[in-house]
Design a protein around this ligand. Structure first.
Ligand SMILES: NC(=O)c1ccc[n+]([C@@H]2O[C@H](COP(=O)([O-])OP(=O)(O)OC[C@H]3O[C@@H](n4cnc5c(N)ncnc54)[C@H](O)[C@@H]3O)[C@@H](O)[C@H]2O)c1
Ligand SMILES: [Zn+2]
Length: 370
């Protein structure tokens, strides 16, 4: 199958996203073709992904003239996306490459946790060294590997310590997704449903018309087509609002405000995508309460989320509601107590609402805690 290329056009920080299958073996050559001339590489991965794919990557790098490839692993879950692990990556970078003459190319082989943490470390080591994203989860392929938001969780707040740091290249080898747990595939599908719901009626309809099931089965043509579509949607949003200053990038936060708060409060019992699925239901509830969204949208969204095997609610264990509300109030998009929500208005369209009555927000949270 042919490799698709989506360009993220950000002036001097532009880069291509290459999407295809069986790309790892040729990755060294790809780096060279894209002007990356380093001979040292620092690969951030985790034990699970490293065990599956590091050796193949190392071989491909050696074949393209890399003489030193350092492997650094971080824990394989969201709990590993913390300051201590970030600090350990920085220490390993400095320990292995103390000399300015031997700056490594940082390669992030993994899901969003590896990409977010590693991209942050690459951005601060020597005030920034080049890095490449090699997403290995569906979620990282369609979302976190593109756009340059890199961060770690801190003080109980998700992604609160971070920077904008664009990769030099994204190599998205969809063959790597075959070893993903089904739950992680569903989690990635959640972000894809998000893109359809607020950015693209065509994608939403494609998912409704059987694309979703073909995607979940990792059917190669559908997978490549949908991943490339999502990356194009994300690229267009990021190009208009790289630094998240104009409100345009907020569209990508549909489902993420209540979703993030729930993800943290549920003590990581939910994957990111599962939390976002519930967050999309809650945000839609809020949009309906504000009279901004027709009931038909809510029905279609709920159907698609259920068909993807994703949750639409979560068990209301004692104290959870209060923890979600507290986490919500810490949201970094909120200014001086004024909340901000992305509300769907019809398939492929959205509106931002600020300072929504907290009683309605509480109701929307209660609606998804059963
Ligand atoms: N930077 C952004 O713009 C952005 C956007 C969306 C999400 N995120 C972040 O991404 C993170 C979630 O990323 P994720 O869902 O990729 O989770 P993840 O990185 O934790 O990976 C999920 C699990 O899948 C395993 N895994 C990864 N690739 C595999 C493979 N090919 N085969 C077998 N197992 C594999 C991992 O070891 C892990 O256990 C969150 O921290 C979220 O905040 C960031
Ligand atoms: Zn997300």
């Amino acid at each position: 199958m042919q490799t698709s290329r989506v360009d993220v056009d950000l002036g001097s920080r532009s880069y291509p996203v290459l999407i295809g299958s069986e790309l790892v073996g040729g990755v060294g050559e790809m780096l060279r073709e894209h002007g990356l001339k380093q001979t040292n590489a620092f690969v951030v991965t985790n034990p699970q992904v490293g065990a599956l794919y590091f050796l193949a990557l190392e071989k491909a790098l050696a074949a393209a003239g890399f003489t030193r490839v350092v492997r650094h692993e971080i824990p394989a879950s969201e709990e590993g996306k913390n300051w201590d692990e970030f600090s350990a990556v920085c220490a390993a970078l400095l320990g292995n490459f103390p000399d300015t003459g031997a700056v490594p190319l940082v390669i992030l082989l993994g899901g969003g946790v590896v990409g977010d943490l590693g991209g942050f470390a690459a951005g601060v080591f020597r005030r920034g060294v080049p890095f490449v994203q090699m997403p290995t989860t569906l979620l990282a392929a369609v979302d976190s590997s593109v756009g340059g938001k890199v961060a770690v969780n801190f003080g109980g707040v998700k992604n609160i310590m971070g920077i904008f740091n664009q990769p030099r290249l994204v190599v998205c080898d969809l063959a790597l997704l075959r070893t993903l747990a089904a739950r992680e595939v569903r989690s990635g599908a959640s972000e894809i449903i998000k893109y359809g719901a607020v950015c693209s009626p065509r994608l939403f309809q494609q998912l409704e018309e059987g694309g979703l099931e073909r995607l979940l089965a990792l059917e190669p043509e559908t997978l490549t087509d949908i991943v490339a579509h999502c990356v194009r949607l994300k690229a267009r949003v990021v190009e208009q609002d790289e630094f998240d200053k104009k409100g345009i990038r907020n569209v990508l936060n549909f489902g993420h405000t209540i979703g993030h708060a729930l993800e943290l409060s549920a003590d990581y019992a939910l994957t990111h995508g599962e939390a976002i699925a519930i967050g999309m239901i809650a945000a839609t509830h809020l949009a309906q309460a504000l009279g901004k969204c027709p009931a038909g949208f809510a029905v279609r969204l709920r159907d698609l989320i259920l068909r993807a095997g994703l949750p639409v609610n979560f068990a209301a264990e004692p104290g959870l509601f209060d923890r979600v509300i507290r986490a919500l109030q810490m949201d970094k998009k909120f200014r001086e107590g004024r909340n901000v929500f992305v509300l769907p208005t019809s398939v492929g369209a959205w509106e931002q609402a600020e300072n929504v009555d907290w009683t309605l927000v509480h109701e929307a949270v209660r609606a998804v805690l059963v």
